[in-house]
Design a protein around this ligand. Structure first.
Ligand code: ADP
Ligand code: MG
Length: 589
């Protein structure tokens, strides 16, 4: 009996080209992955000077030129073939891997989804050699003129995989990711010089001799670099070294938290947790500390082969490792300068009135309660440099009811016919500002307050590049910025409703949004995001002394809104104590 189709088995071994394209899905997600693999290869080849050229966020071109050991014609025959590597030959070798690469997958994967070309020459060879891989079609090795070292060019990423190409984000986003990868590599590779260009302009460079702090200064500016405190600890075969920042530099994202394991940048959940733990009590636990840390341990103590991009690892002796790290890090964090800038202006607050009992009465808003005798830290109020006064915070309100007390520069209290009301001035101010801005945006007319002397905000080079791509759109929201040198932007104007001193924070929030999500949100979403993230951090209004008129105006402005019971994040703006509640509290009933 014959069954039709019996002789043609359904299972087939996939052609090499298809295999590579599938594998590419794991290794190559976007231009940043190409950058990472190529730079790691160059570092593995002993490069001392590296040049990285990007075009259109790396989608059009990623070119890495190194002065490392190069390759001969025989190497080039195999360079684009999968599982071809010079770094490992037995599974046993995985136990003590010391190079950044080892799987022999990167070039094969990249070549299968782009137009790639390698030019290489060894020091003793008379000439160099070249080979191409055009979307999986590997060409012959040919003689070519080139300097000692290797150049790998990757053009038109995903030109033959439209589905993946469509997942790429706009240029600024892809560039941001490439630069994030490069910053990590630049900081982990001391002794190596880097020059990075994008569309022909220099975006990043460090010289070979620069140490970690000098590199941080070049990348992220002097304010951060000068505040960093060194960590240096050794426990058995493990060594930890690096720099940690004071808690005030902590951020919502982990763009400036870097771990390097035996010279390899990695993002490891446990290490991140460990660092956060080290800042506990000094910082809001939800924020990400800024630190640059190198961990050195014998290669057989760690398994790096758990993830295709090698960014996650497994430690063999976690139980010993973490207490050691935590101890060293906590000691370093404690040595950082915890004072808020402007500490010279410390003003002891008048003693906060003590609240009934020490247990928390139900009507007192949680965490926001000032502790008796607590010193309040207050930043200098930004006196406009040209002598003009700050714009009025609120339009004057018509109705003036009874006196409004300000408590601990945070709460406003006033009598109501039926009891008393305590308002969180910060939360309420946020709501008022938010509603006004929304209304102005809806009318297409945001009032901008321009500064004669712009405030400068220090950023990473990559962040300046990202912001630069959005200047016009931001301008339409009343946020007027201009790049000012490689690592700062000047804030020329802000919506008049924003407090002046929120400028730096606002810009940083913007950068964080833009580098995460990529797309510039629409005006209302942007507003929402900015207000949201600036808020609930007491940065805008808590701690501001309000005069009698400002207090009344704030309350009046809020009274005109449809909704003023919560801040834009849902925290209550006011707590009321009715007469009945007071009577119960005083046992009159
Ligand atoms: P892996 O790095 O895991 O070995 P790759 O596919 O990234 O795999 O590279 C394959 C091989 O090509 C490497 O093992 C190395 O021998 C060679 N190679 C790649 N890039 C370079 C370079 N920049 N300089 C010298 N040799 C290189
Ligand atoms: Mg490699």
């Amino acid at each position: 009996m014959t069954v039709p189709g019996l002789h043609t088995p359904r299972i087939r071994v996939l052609p090499e080209r298809v295999k590579n394209q599938i594998a590419a899905g794991e290794v190559v997600e976007r231009p940043a992955s190409v950058v990472k693999e190529l730079v790691e290869n160059a570092l593995d080849a002993g490069a001392r000077e590296l040049r990285v050229d990007l075009e259109e966020g790396g989608v059009k071109l990623v070119r890495v030129v190194d002065d490392g050991r190069g390759m001969g014609p025989g190497d080039l025959e195999l360079a684009f073939v999968s599982h071809a590597t010079s770094k490992l030959s037995e599974v046993e070798d995985l136990r003590h891997i010391a190079t950044l690469g080892f799987r022999g997958e990167a070039l094969a994967s990249i070549g299968s989804v782009a137009r790639a070309r390698i030019l290489a020459r060894r020091a003793d060879d008379e000439n160099g050699w070249a080979v191409e891989d055009l979307g999986g079609l590997i060409g012959p090795v040919e003689a070519a003129g080139t300097a000692t070292g290797t150049t790998v060019e990757v053009r038109d990423l995903f030109f033959n995989v439209p589905a993946r190409r469509s997942f790429l984000k706009r240029t600024a986003t892809e560039l941001g990711r490439c630069l994030d990868v490069l910053q990590r590599l630049v900081l982990s590779s001391q002794g190596v010089g880097f020059v990075v260009t994008h569309d022909g302009g220099r975006v990043l460079d460090v010289e070979r001799g620069m140490d970690l702090r000098a590199r941080v200064r070049r990348l992220f500016g002097p304010e951060l670099a000068d505040a960093l405190v060194p960590v240096e600890a050794r426990g058995g075969e493990v060594a930890l070294s690096g720099l940690v920042a004071p808690p005030r530099f902590s951020r919502n994202d982990s763009a400036r938290q870097m771990w390097f394991l035996n010279g390899r940048p990695l993002k490891d959940r446990l290490l991140t947790r460990c660092l956060q733990e080290a800042y506990r009590g000094f910082d809001d636990v939800k924020r990400q500390p800024v630190a640059f840390l190198a961990l050195a341990l014998p290669p057989d103590q760690v398994d790096v082969n758990v993830h295709p991009t090698k960014s996650e690892v497994r430690f063999r002796e976690e139980r010993k490792l973490f207490p050691f790290l935590l101890g060293a890090l906590r000691a370093a964090v404690a040595r950082t300068d915890m004072a808020t800038p402007g500490a010279g202006l410390l003003v002891p607050a008048p003693r906060a009135p003590s609240w009934p009992g020490d247990g928390q009465p139900t009507w007192v808003p949680r965490a926001e309660r000032p502790r008796a005798g607590e010193i309040e830290v207050r930043e200098a109020s930004p006196s406009a440099p040209d002598g003009t006064a700050e714009p009025a915070l609120f339009e004057p309100g018509p109705e003036r009811s009874g006196p409004v007390l300000q408590i601990a520069r945070t709460y406003l209290a006033r009598a109501l016919p039926d009891g008393l009301e305590i308002v969180d001035q910060h939360a309420l101010h946020e709501r008022v500002t938010y509603e006004r801005l929304k209304e102005q945006l809806a009318r297409g007319a945001v009032e901008v307050q321009r500064e004669l002397v712009p405030e400068l905000v220090e950023l990473a080079r990559s962040e300046v590049a990202i912001l630069s791509a959005h200047l016009a759109a931001l301008g339409r929201l009343g946020i007027e910025l201009a790049p000012f040198g490689p690592t700062s932007v000047a804030v020329h104007g802000l919506p008049a409703l924003f407090p002046r001193r929120a400028a730096a924070r606002l810009v940083r929030e913007l950068v964080a949004t833009l580098s995460e999500g990529g797309e510039l949100p629409g005006p209302v979403e942007l507003l929402e995001h900015v207000v949201h993230s600036m808020a609930c951090r007491r940065s805008v209004m808590a701690g501001d002394e309000l005069d009698e008129r400002e207090r009344a105006d704030l309350l009046a402005a809020a009274a005109r809104l449809d909704h003023d019971q919560t801040c834009p994040h849902g925290r209550p703006t006011r707590v009321r104590l009715t007469l009945a509640e007071l009577e119960r509290a005083f046992h009159r009933r």
